[in-house]
Design a protein around this ligand. Structure first.
Ligand SMILES: Nc1nc2c(ncn2[C@@H]2O[C@H](COP(=O)(O)OP(=O)(O)OP(=O)(O)O)[C@@H](O)[C@H]2O)c(=O)[nH]1
Ligand SMILES: [Mg+2]
Length: 226
């Protein structure tokens, strides 16, 4: 297939996705629902962080859309916390898209003022290109992945509003330079916010919860935030 034809197909797919994403965004805005799209490589700790986050948020109404190629594992882990979750299996697909998220939202039927977490398929490439209608992408990097990852996968870290450096409890055991992680994140995205955290020990969780609560407050009173 020629390069021109490939570009034409990819542009068509993204344009169609953008329409679904716009519809999702409008539905979420109508109900003042904050949607956060968690993106990362496989195993960085998205589901672990979500389970701890749900616990820490207490009575906050929320729902979770879980994206994985196969299995119900992550939705089961979320449901074990008492929260509602819908699992989307993408099969051969390497990312969630706007259409899938729209259908999953139908199943969750979230109340006004809710928080919607979308855990994307573990992949540092494709989820960067697909708008789901979310308010923001949060990129999670675990300290074992290597300080150069923001430089190797810049699209993901450019698209993200916040980067979470997770598994900092492991930092003393793996010769990692956390400042270099942060410098590389800022090289690709000077405006990115960064939090250091351990979903296992809870260190740094309070800042993440504060960040979420601030986003929720902005969403329910957008004029005041401007
Ligand atoms: N030491 C340590 N381990 C963690 C931390 N967060 C997650 N893990 C472990 O990392 C592994 C992967 O965690 P998951 O939460 O399944 O990661 P994920 O990003 O949801 O994985 P996928 O959905 O498969 O992409 C599990 O063994 C977790 O217990 C952390 O802060 N510290
Ligand atoms: Mg997961």
């Amino acid at each position: 297939m020629s390069q021109d034809r490939l570009i034409e197909i990819e542009t068509g797919i993204l344009a169609k996705n953008d329409l679904y994403a716009q519809a999702n965004r409008a539905r979420l805005a109508e109900r003042s629902i904050l949607a956060v799209n968690l993106v990362s490589s496989p195993g960085s700790g998205k589901t672990t962080l979500l389970c701890k986050t749900i616990e820490a948020l207490g009575g906050q109404p929320l729902g979770v859309i879980e994206g994985d190629q196969q299995t119900q594992n992550d939705a089961d882990r979320i449901r074990a916390t008492g929260a509602r979750a819908v699992q989307v299996n993408t099969g051969k697909g390497c990312h969630l898209d706007g259409h899938m998220v729209g259908h999953a939202m139908d199943h969750l039927d979230l109340a006004p003022g809710s928080l919607l977490f979308i855990e994307n398929v573990g992949n540092l490439v494709c989820p960067a290109a697909f708008d789901l209608g979310e308010d923001g992408k949060v990129a999670i990097l675990s300290v074992t992945e290597g300080e150069d990852k923001p430089l190797k996968y810049p699209d993901m870290f450019t698209a993200a509003r916040l980067a979470i450096l997770n598994k900092i409890d492991l930092a003393p055991h793996c010769d990692v330079d956390l400042d270099l992680y942060e410098a590389n994140l800022r090289r690709v995205n000077p405006g990115i916010e960064i939090l250091r955290l351990s979903a296992r020990t809870g260190e740094g969780m309070a800042d993440w919860i504060d960040w979420l609560r601030a986003q929720l407050a902005d969403k329910s009173a957008p004029e005041a935030a401007e």
